[in-house]
Ligand binder design. Structure first.
Ligand code: HEM
Length: 117
């Protein structure tokens, strides 16, 4: 699969996810949301989810996006912040913009399962 390969396969996706988490910690819009969360588990789960979404050879075995994010009243602003930090992480990892946009297109449908406001 070419999108999976363009992201650097599992190693590349893990690196992007790691960098995204580093970026979260500096973003006042969302950093409090991750206080007390097991970020090793989050990193592994998020990377597996992305791998599966881009057609990689991974099976995401976690709960659905809807179940995981239900009840927190995440806002549009918070959703955009997560996306901003992912884009920044991809930039930092040298992923071309055209490839960035393909991943964002795969994740965009999760909006309805994350944001209810
Ligand atoms: C593109 C949108 C999003 C995607 C694809 C996404 C994906 C995920 C995935 C796959 C997990 C599970 C990780 C694991 O296995 O532990 C997760 C957990 C989590 N997400 Fe999201 N997420 C998104 C948006 C957001 C937003 C906007 C917030 C709030 C700022 C958020 C906060 C969290 C938190 C706090 C957890 C950890 C839950 C816990 O383990 O207690 N997510 N997300």
């Amino acid at each position: 699969n070419s999108l999976y390969q363009a992201l650097g396969e599992q190693a590349g996706i893990t690196k992007i996810t790691h960098q995204m988490i580093v970026n979260f910690a500096q973003d006042e819009r969302i950093k409090a949301r991750f206080k007390g969360v097991n970020m090793q588990k989050f990193k592994a789960g998020f990377a597996l989810y992305v791998c599966a979404q881009v057609g990689g050879p991974c099976e995401y075995q976690g709960d659905s996006m809807q179940i995981i994010h239900a009840g927190y009243n995440y806002t549009n602003t918070e959703f955009n912040a997560v996306v901003d930090n992912l884009i920044l992480a991809m930039e930092q990892c040298g992923i071309p913009v055209a490839v960035q946009n393909q991943l964002l297109a795969k994740l965009a449908p999760s909006y309805k399962d994350v944001v209810y406001l």
